[in-house]
Design a protein. Structure first.
Length: 398
């Protein structure tokens, strides 16, 4: 939907995007499903100026992240796990025979992705330290350029905040890596003392957890997965888990398991990838968390942090380490590592249409996805892997 003449383009027509349209009356007789039925509308996203450093992208696919659900009630284009093909370059990139574009490795036709952080000042201390995610004037999805969403036809973004996708990585798999992959890998990367011989816990197997298991196991760690029920046991081992612990409702099974002589031991790191905060005090137990362990909360939650066993944090020297999403250098490392080790998300492809987006939104909200939805554009194709068609769960097979 972008201009056919990259050198002359100044306004890019964005085509369609998708937004929340309130609650829909469900035809289901199931009262629970009726509560969860969000309506989605397809709207014209309008146009976006192709500023000097910006790049226009024809969207090929987009993941759907839990964070998108928070924007359903607002006038925000859905999607911040975008992948596509560069269709036009801004004037600063084109000057001096395209010198700046060449430095970034970008040209019309490049396969790229972009995620939650879409701009920063590039001059403040966090920026020059390579941690642009902590820039005080960073530009985040949902706050800046709200009319655009990666679930749409085209997107315009600062070229310095897009990421080249390795040739070995199909775009439909690269899509969820732009936020879920960057979130998990950024958190792992921030644990500078994490070594292959550590026992590492992953709490919950979902969009984030299933990537954390893959990354950590491929780094050589002993991965202990905590999941509510046994239903994902087999999949956890396929993803690379070394141990699986079914915690049960209200952690009843976990609490009895740690009393048993068979309990295999505590973890040195705990990545908390559940959709809501866990009962922290259960996990502070010395049979679960080693002394000097690090806990990394990844759940997006507006609730307060409640820990009754505060004194244990002190006496066991437990560290709680916040983490948002990978900075640009770490994002690049993540893409390279994902491609090289085939740490790909397990995805279910759906068509990028009002019906497809609505199904993805409602099933994600109901927790009915293993493990990431990817919306596939009806006509834009991945130039290297053009033959993917919407279908059932692919489970890492191409
Ligand atoms: Zn800055
Ligand atoms: Zn996200």
């Amino acid at each position: 939907m972008s201009s056919s003449s990259p050198t002359q383009a100044s306004l890019i027509q964005l085509g369609n995007s998708y937004r929340g349209a309130g609650k829909r009356e469900s035809s289901s007789s199931d009262a629970k499903q009726q509560q969860h039925r969000h309506a989605i509308k397809q709207v014209a996203a309008g146009e976006q100026r192709l500023d000097g450093w910006s790049v226009a992208i024809d969207v090929v696919a987009s993941g759907l992240c839990g964070t998108d659900l928070h924007y359903l009630g607002q006038d925000v284009g859905l999607g911040h796990e975008g992948v596509g093909v560069v269709s036009a370059l801004g004037s600063a990139l084109l000057q001096d025979d395209g010198a700046e574009a060449k430095k970034l490795g970008l040209k019309v036709g490049s396969r790229v992705g972009w995620g939650y952080v879409q701009g920063a000042c590039l001059a403040c201390l966090p920026c020059v330290q390579g941690v642009d995610t902590m820039c005080r004037t960073r530009k985040l999805y949902g706050v800046t350029n709200k009319h655009q969403g990666s679930i749409g036809d085209a997107y315009v973004v600062d070229a310095r905040f897009v990421h080249l996708i390795p040739d070995a990585l199909p775009l439909v798999y690269a899509a969820p890596l732009q936020c879920a992959g960057a979130t998990v890998f950024g958190a792992i990367h921030a644990c500078a003392d994490l070594k292959p011989w550590h026992r590492v816990g992953v709490l919950a197997i979902g969009g984030l957890g299933h990537l954390a298991i893959q990354y950590l196991s491929k780094m050589g760690c002993h991965v202990v997965v905590f999941s509510t029920s046994d239903s994902k046991r087999e999949e956890a081992f396929k993803l690379g888990a070394s141990e699986f612990v079914a915690t049960g409702r209200d952690n009843k099974e976990l609490k009895s398991a740690i009393k048993s002589a068979d309990w295999k031991g505590s973890v040195d790191y705990l990545f908390v990838a559940s959709s809501v905060q866990p009962d922290w005090d259960t996990y502070l137990h010395p049979r679960i968390l080693s002394s000097r362990a690090t806990v990394i909360p990844l759940s997006v939650s507006a609730d307060a942090l409640h820990i009754k066993g505060y004194q244990q944090l002190i006496s066991k020297e437990i560290r709680i380490q916040g983490s948002m999403v990978a900075s640009r250098p770490v994002h690049r490392i993540m893409l390279d590592f994902s491609a090289r080790t085939r740490s790909w998300p397990w995805i279910e492809l759906l068509p990028m249409s009002p019906e497809g987006v609505e199904e993805a939104v409602n099933r994600l909200d109901a927790g009915q996805v293993r493990y990431r939805f990817v919306l596939q554009h009806p006509t834009h194709k991945d130039p290297l892997f053009p033959d993917h068609v919407p279908g059932p769960a692919l489970q890492n097979k191409i």
